[in-house]
Design a protein around this ligand. Structure first.
Ligand SMILES: C[S@@+](CC[C@H](N)C(=O)[O-])C[C@H]1O[C@@H](n2cnc3c(N)ncnc32)[C@H](O)[C@@H]1O
Length: 237
């Protein structure tokens, strides 16, 4: 079972990402606009998520474009996503696939899964996204026969990130990508667990996750994409 159901992202995750005194939001938004507006169907999914009673903790449009670009860059056809919410990031991942591709996305909250299925259908992507209901540590072993996978995107309970990574190492192909969102752990990654309140259990898990991504026996390279939440990515050796 998941160890925590605390909010996994702050609403600020919807910003352009990385805003700071040195890099003002106006500049980030200007640059992002030069690179194309958010797909209106996906924007509608993101904006209506809170109206449907779900927390506003999806990735933002810039992170979505990063995911789509990464998935396209490795020619992804089979993707696993851990943490569906309303299906926003699953749609970006699905856009990267050819018509034969599939995103398996895992969600333990039945309400979230139901909204995600509606949204994915509305985006015309039901033929390439399967929403699996259940706790990820129970569902992932059942997906193994569909692998090996090209991409695993981890975006659920932080206290299990190191466990999800262990699964992904065994089930993502050589040259495939493992991506983890919220790698800065809401700004608490560097703190002592006792200073981190409800995110305490996430601290050792996220640190182990990041150290493992840097293991050159397992990954040929890794990087932290400095979005506002931190998106870690590594290429499976
Ligand atoms: C941050 S949200 C995912 C956002 C989504 N990836 C997006 O950007 O559109 C995390 C989701 O993971 C789900 N979740 C949390 N722990 C889980 C677990 N152990 N197994 C499956 N889903 C889990 C939550 O219910 C929530 O819907």
């Amino acid at each position: 079972m998941p160890k925590t159901r605390a909010p996994l992202k702050t609403p600020a995750a919807h910003s352009s990402g990385g805003a700071s005194a040195a890099m003002p939001k106006a500049l980030l938004d200007f640059a992002a606009n030069l690179m194309g507006a958010e797909d209106p169907v996906l924007e509608n999914i993101r904006r209506k998520t809170p109206e449907k009673g779900l927390p506003p903790i999806s990735i933002g449009p810039q992170e979505g474009k990063i995911l789509e670009t990464l998935a396209r860059s490795c020619g992804a056809r089979k993707i696993v996503e851990i943490g569906t919410l309303a299906g926003y990031s699953a749609c970006y991942l699905a856009k990267a696939l050819g018509s034969e591709g599939v995103v398996h996305t895992v969600e333990y909250d039945v309400r979230h899964a139901a909204v995600a299925r509606q949204n994915i259908a509305g985006a015309g992507l039901s033929d390439r996204v399967i929403v699996h209901e259940g706790a990820a540590l129970d569902v992932l072993p059942k997906l193994e026969s569909e692998g090996p996978f090209d991409v695993c995107f981890i975006d659920a309970d932080k206290a299990n990130y190191h466990r999800y990574l262990r699964w992904a190492v065994g089930n993502v192909r050589s040259g495939g990508l493992i991506i983890g969102d919220n790698a800065y752990l809401f700004g608490k990654l560097h703190l002592e667990p006792k200073q981190a309140g409800e995110d305490a259990a996430g601290i050792p898990a996220m640190r182990e996750f990041l150290k493992t991504l840097a293991d050159l026996n397992l990954f040929s390279s890794c990087a932290m994409i400095p979005t506002s939440e931190g998106m870690a990515v590594a290429v499976r050796r």
